[in-house]
Design a protein around this ligand. Sequence first.
Ligand code: 5AD
Ligand code: SF4
Length: 443
Amino acid sequence: MSNNNKKLFLETYGCQMNVADSEVVASIMEHDGFTITKIREEADVILVNTCSVRENAETRVRGRVQGFSELKKKNPKLLIGVIGCMAERLGEKLFEQEKNVNIVVGPDAYMDLPLLVKKAENGEKAINIELSLTETYKDICPSRIDETSISGFVSIMRGCNNFCTYCIVPYTRGRERSRNPESILKEVLDLAEKGYKEVTLLGQNVNSFVYKNSVSEVSFPELLEMVAISVPNLRIRFATSHPKDMSDDTLNIIAKYNNICNFIHLPVQSGSDSVLKDMRRKYTQDWYKDRIEAIRRIIPGCGISSDIFCGFHNESEEDFNDTIELMKWAKFDLAYMFKYSERPGTFAYKNLDDNVPENVKQRRLEEMIVLQNQISLENNQSDIGKIFEVLIEGISKRSEQDVYGRTSQNKVIVFPKKDYQVGDFANVIVKKCTKATLIGEAV
Ligand code: 5AD
Ligand code: SF4
């Protein structure tokens, strides 16, 4: 232990994968003698785990890092590190652009953090943004920093090989690699032992998970089945699925095991075949619809959510209308909606003009949001009178008499607490709803 009594403050932006990575970072730093603090003012080191997927995600982080000037004035020894996708994308430039930054570490170099902190303490340059073809942090047992301890993440693979033309992830997170199923199962069992009730298996494209060694090969549906059997009392979720690889085998496994949640996040991105082609998504509108139909056939009542963005290269009114029509057809329970944000370094940045004007992007985004709000409300209304099994995640922020949790379909539901405890399962009948929340009563 070389950093006894030092305190680390960790802040996480971006996707669920970053939340999981921060737990790996916490574990690596704890092994080096650090303790994790929730109080910024007492930190010796602050690490900000960052996202590059859209420009505004990076702008937020820059604002945050600049805001640390006050803390640095009070404690001149304070070290600030930028880690994750922004570190990978910007590298050395971060030291020049953000004067508060002392340490820069990419997503595959976290094992090097203790050494880099020491270098920074000695006033040396502390940067490692090497990407790896093999690093999966398989020997690190993540430190669970979330205090609720109901729902945890386990990353099953890293990186992405899809190179959708708009996306920075293959450049910041490197090539796809799947983790050894043994180490995945060990981590899942560790969560169960710690009293967790739900685990989400994470990867940029979980359906292409494949682990090979000299004797065998494990696919995603096989891994899902192994996890479902090994922790029969835990709920299992996974994200994210790519429509091109969403197989009936996976859907059949979800249908077969009660503890695998009936919920699928299936980002469509656009409803227009020509835009999908420019995005290099490798499917058409028809293919996507076929996958939605398969989900509804094999897993009746399955919750479905999506990611959609407007204003990509050459998106015409007609293309946009295809997206609107697809949304009306698919009736997603939830959708994350964005405007296209051009990312330096991507194929689109180099070859496909960002030629939809900002005001048009904005208008299209607003149109999508209005439509999706209406669809989410109608979907929720159709749940009224139905009974769902709910995992209770916490006390409602609005009233101490109420608890909230999620249905298997991933819908948030609020209901009177009575004698229930956080972490319990309850059967709840839906009485009312808003577009975002179901409201019910335990039966
Ligand atoms: N601009 C806007 N949205 C993007 N996404 C990924 N890259 C971009 C970009 N350059 C969205 C996609 C993806 C989600 C995580 O972020 O919808 O599924
Ligand atoms: Fe980005 Fe496409 Fe990979 Fe998703 S599948 S991380 S959108 S490149």
